[in-house]
Design a protein around this ligand. Structure first.
Ligand code: NAP
Ligand code: GFB
Length: 318
């Protein structure tokens, strides 16, 4: 990225932000100052606080991760909150970046925002082709507008603000709060507790049949750093493991049970929602740019995360 850069990472204290920190601490990139912020540094849903943060840090580049984020059940119960909070955060960060002359912003969409009725595999051209799944329409529309806004900054001001579209993410420093969590941290929390308390089984919500692509946060972090430094387009790029790496919720639950060496049973509560059955995304565009990128195998990433969980249990977000 050439001469000195000041890279502000919003959402820097979360799952993905911490993974970026992990790599930056080890890489110590020349001529780059990295600033990681969380909500204690200011509320990005407030325009004035956002302006104060940007005036303080004077970033030349921004990786925009900050968002109201949650799993299926949290989204189902709070679609309006997910919509409004994320609309406010996103406009504040993007427009303050423009006001402050930030050269590049990389924001985050998600593979769960694509049209509910779609053909597979999903690709980047399909973001706006129809309404999203009802379970997370609020989050989905807020995220889609990032892509619309990026187009506006490019057409009106010639700016290259872009976005990435990760599949489901997991790893160290995830959110393990059972009410808000995504499936992998939720099941890790439950299996860990069942093992500690010698419970005979662990409840998995839904049928276990839905399919997901899961990316290890530390792999996603490398790809987001690459996007900031090298990706030239304004249009989004899917950052996901391959279609062939898709697993069922049951597969994920078994991998977590094995990683904890938990010998109890998995019990499926089929009265609970399954959410989207699948959201299979193609990473062909990513493969065109980075044909040799190696993803951490799913079970290895689960084992690494479980090891981290056991070592850091006292300090996890719960
Ligand atoms: P996360 O662990 O929940 O972290 C959210 C981050 O945003 C935290 O640093 C949080 O700060 C910050 N934040 C939230 N509200 C804020 C506010 N009002 N003002 C300032 N900061 C605020 O989320 P994540 O999983 O790392 O997600 C990062 C990005 O990836 C998000 O844009 C998300 O939509 C996207 N994504 C995530 C997944 C996934 O499966 N996790 C999948 C696809 C896309 P505190 O720590 O102080 O609360
Ligand atoms: O990660 P998750 O909550 O969200 O996964 P989505 C939900 C799937 O896991 C459903 C099953 O099939 C659930 O029935 N599941 C089983 C559980 N046990 C549990 C559990 O204890 N907790 C949870 N949470 N699920 C989200 C979107 O969809 O994907 C968000 O709603 C976001 O907006 C996220 O984009 C990445 O993958 O279904």
């Amino acid at each position: 990225m050439g001469d000195s850069k000041r890279i502000l990472v919003t959402g820097g204290t979360g799952l993905v932000g911490r993974a970026i920190q992990y790599h930056v601490e080890r890489e110590k990139p020349e001529g780059e100052t990295w600033i990681f912020i969380g909500s204690k540094d200011g509320n990005l849903s407030d325009r004035e606080q956002t302006r104060e943060i940007f005036a303080k840090h004077q970033p030349t580049h921004v990786i925009h991760l900050a968002a109201m984020v949650g799993g299926l059940f949290h989204n189902m119960a709070h679609n309006l909150d997910f919509l409004r909070t994320n609309l406010l955060i996103n406009d504040n960060v993007l427009h303050t970046s423009y006001e402050r002359g930030v050269k590049k912003v990389v924001s985050c969409l998600s593979t769960c925002i694509f049209p509910d009725k779609t053909t597979y595999p999903i690709d980047e051209t399909m973001v706006h082709n129809g309404p999203p799944n009802d379970t997370n329409f609020g989050y989905s529309y807020a995220k889609r507008l990032i892509d619309v806004q990026n187009r506006g900054y490019h057409e009106q001001y010639g700016l290259s603000y872009t976005s990435v579209i990760p599949c489901n993410v997991f790893g160290p420093y995830d959110n393990f709060n059972l009410e808000h969590a995504h499936v992998i941290p939720a099941l890790m929390r439950k299996v860990h507790a069942a093992k500690l308390e010698n419970k005979p089984n662990v409840q998995v919500l839904g049928t276990g049949k839905p399919l997901r692509q899961f990316i290890y946060s530390r792999d996603l972090a490398k790809l987001i750093i690459w996007t900031l430094r090298e990706y030239p387009e304004v249009k989004p790029i899917i950052l996901s493991v391959g279609e062939e790496d898709e697993v069922s919720i049951k597969d994920a639950a078994v991998a977590i049970k094995t990683a904890f060496s938990y010998e109890g049973d998995l019990v499926f509560d089929t009265s609970a929602a399954d959410g989207q059955f699948k959201k299979t995304a193609s990473n062909a565009k990513l493969r065109n740019y980075l044909p040799d990128f190696k993803f951490t195998p799913f079970s290895e990433a689960i084992r690494e995360t479980v090891h981290w969980y056991n070592e850091n249990y006292e300090h996890i977000r719960k």
